[in-house]
Design a protein around this ligand. Structure first.
Ligand SMILES: [Zn+2]
Length: 354
């Protein structure tokens, strides 16, 4: 959204450079751009026009702060979503935030199966953005309404995702998790596992503080093996530890993941080369192999080193340095060891699971 605005701004500047002479003669406007809101930090008494993003406000930044358990997420859902489904998300969040720490601010947006209701909630979503971030304006609002993947897409395609609102233009940073209802279906076990998976992404991103989007993305590998593998395995592991879950659950689900990647492994592609890109046919294998990589890593370095120490050092050291310091080898060496591990029998592989 902001990138589009930035591009428009840049092209306006380029355009105005060409016409500079002309503008000097014709531009007799006395408009002064600036923040006209007296409540803002940068209120400009001389301003006569206020473009989007002109005002800055004093917003408490809770990003990366471990919050007290009394600090709950907000839940928004379409009216066709049964309360039992909201409860399942809430319960999964409570389990995950108790296990990994409570991070926020966090909003859940839960979408049912009705396109019209999803469309209406989309308007509530964009209204909420404007209400919570006073630095946003009408162009941002229109961009929100026209954004690429909106709630109607969740009705049609299902799925779940974490979106981050943390960049240099927005004053208010927030984690936004959206859950569809089509796939996985709310009564499936997967629904709870997916909710924990998305919350693990919150945990990962809460450990990167910068508002610079380029810096943020440089802190973790671009390809999904580490980030998705971590979320997939940590969610399956946490789910397997719940009292109502069969004691074979983790072995069974991990064996299934390994069987699923068998043919793919025959192609000789390394897990770190599998891309995120939409339509890339092998992305799912990065989730499954990445889950096994995370299990292998934790088996070798310990749960605390993976979950706590690595993530605590991530912001200061960056991915590779934090990896080496906490795990004792480079990521490339660990990936080589993991590819050797993939040659073991399934029973030997299952032996590393807790
Ligand atoms: Zn994910």
């Amino acid at each position: 959204m902001k990138k589009v605005l930035l591009l428009i701004t840049v092209s306006l500047i380029l355009n105005s450079c060409k016409k500079e002479d002309e503008m000097l003669i014709t531009n007799t406007s006395t408009e002064i751009e600036g923040c006209m809101d007296t409540l803002a930090l940068n209120y400009n008494v001389l301003a006569t026009t206020q473009p989007d993003g002109s005002c800055e406000y004093n917003v408490e930044d809770l990003w990366g702060v471990e919050l007290p358990t009394s600090n709950f997420p907000e839940y928004y859902f379409t009216s066709d979503v049964p309360l039992s489904q909201v409860d399942k998300i809430r319960e999964s969040y409570e389990i995950a935030s108790t296990a990994w720490g409570n991070y926020g601010p966090l909003e859940y947006w839960i979408i049912g199966n009705d396109v019209t209701l999803a469309d209406s909630l989309d308007i509530v979503f964009c209204d909420t953005r404007l209400e919570k971030d006073l630095s946003l304006g009408n162009n941002d609002y229109q961009a929100c309404l026209n954004r690429g993947y909106n709630f109607v897409d969740y009705v049609n395609d299902g799925g779940a995702a974490l979106n981050l609102r943390r960049n240099q233009d927005d004053d208010y940073s927030v984690f936004i998790i959206t859950h569809g209802s089509k796939n996985p279906y709310p009564s499936d076990n997967d629904y709870a596992v997916i909710a924990m998976h998305e919350y693990f992404h919150v945990y990962q991103q809460a450990h990167i503080f910068t508002k610079n989007e380029q810096e943020r993305s440089s802190m973790l590998p671009v390809n999904p093996w580490f980030v998705e593998g971590g979320a997939t395995y940590m969610a399956e592991l946490l789910y397997s530890q719940q009292t109502n879950v069969s004691s074979n659950y983790l072995d069974e689900v991990m064996e299934w993941k390994m069987q699923n990647v068998n043919n793919f492994l025959g192609l000789g592609i390394r897990i770190e080369d599998i891309q995120y890109a939409d339509g890339f046919p092998n992305t799912q294998y990065a989730y499954e192999l990445g889950a096994w990589f995370t299990a292998f890593l934790i088996h070798n370095v310990g749960h605390e080193n993976y979950l706590v120490n690595f993530h605590d050092d991530l912001n200061d050291l960056g991915f590779e340095q934090s990896f080496v310091i906490n795990f004792g080898k480079s990521s490339q060496e660990f990936l080589d060891d993991f590819h050797d591990f993939l040659n073991l029998s399934i029973s030997e592989q299952l032996d590393i699971l807790p």
